[in-house]
Design a protein around this ligand. Structure first.
Ligand SMILES: *[C@@H]1O[C@H](CO)[C@@H](O)[C@H](O)[C@H]1NC(C)=O
Ligand SMILES: *[C@@H]1O[C@H](CO)[C@@H](O)[C@H](O)[C@H]1NC(C)=O
Ligand SMILES: *[C@@H]1O[C@H](CO)[C@@H](O)[C@H](O)[C@H]1NC(C)=O
Ligand SMILES: *[C@@H]1O[C@H](CO)[C@@H](O)[C@H](O)[C@H]1NC(C)=O
Length: 253
C-alpha cells in the first residue's frame, strides 16, 4: 500500500519535473513545415503568384522539395502589380504546361543569400531548366543591387521576404518571362521589322533637310578646316546615321 502510494507520488513528481524541464527547452508547438505560400501570404501582395502556384501544383512540389532538399530553394516572387502590368492575355496565352514552366522558372534549385549572387556564374539554372541549358537566367550583382535578366526582361530584386536556409524569397517588380517562351517569337514578328522600316524612312528624309543646314553651320564653326565637300558629306552622313541610330535606340527605350 505504502509503496504504491509512494510510487504514484514519485511518478507525479517525475511528470511535473519532466514538464517543468520540457517547457524551457521546447520553444513552442511543433515547428510548422516550411511553407512558401505562408511566406508569400505574409508579404501581402502576391495573390496572383499564390494562385498560379496552386493551379500549376508547383506549390506542393516546392514545399516537398523544401522538406527534402539539401540545397534549399530560392524563389523570385513577382508582385501582383508585376502580373497586372503584363500585356493582356500573356498568362492565358500559355498552355497549362507552359504556365508550369513559367512558375518553375521563378524557382532556383538552391538557396542563395543576396551576397552569394556576387559569386554566381551565369547562366543560372532554374527549376524549369532541363539539362540542355534552356530556361536559365543571368544574375548580375553588386553589394547594393541584384539584377535578374532572362533575355526578355531584366529586373532588380526589390525586397527580401525571407533569407534563411533552406528558403530564400525575393520580391521582384516584373514577371520573369523566359526567353524560351517569349524570346523566340517577338523577333520574328514585331521588333525585327521595326528597325528595318525605320532606317530607310530616316535616310530617305534626312539627306534633304540636314544637308541644307549642315554645311553652313559647319562652315561657320570651322571656316578654315581643311574638310573638302566630300569630307563634309561624310560628316553629314555620319551625323545622319548617328541621329538615325539614336532614334532607333530611343524608340527601343
Ligand atoms: C501552407 O500555408 C498555406 C497558407 O497559410 C496553407 O493554406 C497551406 O495549407 C499550408 N500548407 C502546408 C503543407 O502546411
Ligand atoms: C518531410 O520529409 C520527411 C522525411 O523526409 C517526411 O517523413 C515528412 O512527411 C515530410 N513532411 C512534409 C510536410 O512533406
Ligand atoms: C542593374 O540594372 C540597372 C538598370 O537596369 C543598372 O543600372 C545597374 O548597373 C545594374 N546592376 C548590376 C549589378 O548589374
Ligand atoms: C547570360 O550570360 C552568358 C554568360 O555570361 C552569356 O553568354 C549570355 O549571353 C547571357 N544571356 C543574357 C540573356 O544576358
Amino acid at each position: 500500500m505504502a509503496s504504491t502510494i509512494s510510487t504514484t507520488i514519485a511518478l507525479i513528481v517525475a511528470t511535473l519535473l519532466v514538464r517543468a524541464r520540457a517547457q524551457p527547452v521546447a520553444p513552442g508547438p511543433t515547428p510548422a513545415p516550411l511553407n512558401l505560400t505562408a511566406v508569400l501570404e505574409k508579404g501581402g501582395q502576391y495573390t496572383t503568384l499564390i494562385r498560379l502556384l496552386r493551379t500549376t501544383q508547383v506549390e506542393q512540389q516546392v514545399n516537398s522539395q523544401l522538406n527534402n532538399s539539401f540545397n534549399g530553394l530560392t524563389v523570385f516572387a513577382p508582385t501582383d502589380n508585376a502580373f497586372n502590368s503584363l500585356k493582356a492575355g500573356t498568362l492565358n496565352g500559355l498552355s497549362q504546361q507552359e504556365q508550369v514552366a513559367l512558375v518553375l522558372f521563378h524557382v532556383l534549385p538552391r538557396f542563395y543569400s543576396l551576397s552569394s549572387f556576387e559569386t554566381t556564374s551565369n547562366p543560372v539554372q532554374t527549376q524549369a531548366s532541363s539539362n540542355n541549358g534552356v530556361y536559365t537566367v543571368n544574375i548580375t550583382s553588386t553589394t547594393s543591387q541584384v539584377n535578374i535578366s532572362t533575355g526578355v526582361v531584366s529586373t532588380p530584386v526589390t525586397n527580401t521576404l525571407r533569407s534563411d536556409f533552406p528558403l530564400a524569397v525575393y520580391s521582384i517588380d516584373k514577371v520573369l518571362l523566359p526567353y524560351d517562351l517569349f524570346g523566340a517569337k517577338p523577333p520574328a514578328t514585331a521588333p525585327a521589322p521595326a528597325p528595318a522600316k525605320e532606317k530607310p524612312g530616316k535616310s530617305d528624309k534626312t539627306p534633304t533637310a540636314p544637308k541644307a543646314d549642315g554645311p553652313s553651320a559647319e562652315s561657320e564653326s570651322s571656316p578654315s578646316a581643311a574638310v573638302g565637300l566630300k569630307g563634309r558629306g561624310v560628316l553629314v552622313w555620319s551625323f545622319v546615321a548617328g541621329a538615325g541610330v539614336m532614334g532607333i535606340i530611343g524608340s527601343l527605350l
